[in-house]
Design a protein around this ligand. Sequence first.
Ligand code: NCD
Ligand code: ZN
Ligand code: ZN
Length: 405
Amino acid sequence: MSVFEGKAWISKQGLVDVSIEVENGYISSVKKTSLEPKKEKAQGLILPAALDMHVHFRDPGYPHKEDWKTGSESAACGGVTAVVDMPNTNPFTSDISSFKDKEQIAKSKSIVDFGIGINVEENLTEQDWFGTVPAAFWKLYPYGISSDDYFRLAKEVLDKTKKPMVVHCEHPDYMYNNPLEKLSDHTENRLVAEEKCLASMPSSEYLHVAHLSTANGLKNLPPLSSTEVCPHHLLLNLDNCSSLDCKVDPPLRNVSDNTSLYDAYRNGKIPILASDHAPHTIEEKKSDTPPSGMPGVETMVPLMLQEVVENRLDLGRLVNSMAEAPATRLGLNRGRIEVGQPADLMFVDLNNTVKIDIDNLHSRSNWSPFEDWNAVFPHKVFRRGELISENSEVVSNSGGINLFD
Ligand code: NCD
Ligand code: ZN
Ligand code: ZN
């Protein structure tokens, strides 16, 4: 048994001095400060660790960009103890064998717990494994598909599914891939793609809208759906991140979009924080035709903790959006410091702001649009009671499990 003591964020109560007992990785008791021997006295605060429901760990297929080892190490050092990986690997995760192959790779290499998303393709709902595969969700992309097929498939899956369907909602008819001279051309090409997509998307409690990026998208959210926002759509815009390496899908916009999204995030209309960690190498990003995407799983929590330090965000709101809300959305009972929950915890010291330094990050992409930004990194991170990272150093080499098994 291990014991964690300190000031912890307890759901519905706030910061409380507690002693947390952990047995076999799960919390067995939470008591207001006790006289137990002090095994793990936290410096600063004890917070639930994050579940990032949107990462691209590129494995199998693109190990030069990332793999389950480097991706999960990056997660762990950023306070993320569970991730859900997207299906656009090579091969795509779109059937039972590619699912099992990826699960095997993740089990052998990942130091954080995980889920896997399966790509929505023709006839998905007729597969004999549709109702049984232990996947986190279905994922629908707007790339290389007609709008008729895109919305038909969306409806077909939403009508039959019992798990969330996550959509990258940019309308296939409104994405113009004209050559780019400057970053704003990319934004211009997709100016209304998000709002048009959302306006045509059927409403369903199973619908989850990935990486919301515009004020107009927010206005057009289907009523029953849930959504997520990424730090880059809250904090970056065409003014403060205007070089071509800031190309990301959906694109960066204006400060006014940041503000609308941030307000909605603050008040819970956008319940979930996710990174859309989409690593590419610096050479790829600096080329004339940079791919879209930026890394983010390691900087998401640290950047938002800094937002708390600067009084732009409430600590309770951050904790809920990064831990409990994504778990609940995926049908998982986790994300709170409470008896019976996995002991996925991090220690953070809100007095310890540092500048983001690429040399201290673990993603193979080896760059970040947030270089030199102020941030608060967790100094210890525990996955099911086990220390997996300390002061941005990895101290574990495997152990991640499929949370949906
Ligand atoms: C993602 C990627 O690189 O896989 N890129 C991105 O710009 N977000 C794909 C995606 O999430 O749409
Ligand atoms: Zn996407
Ligand atoms: Zn993505």
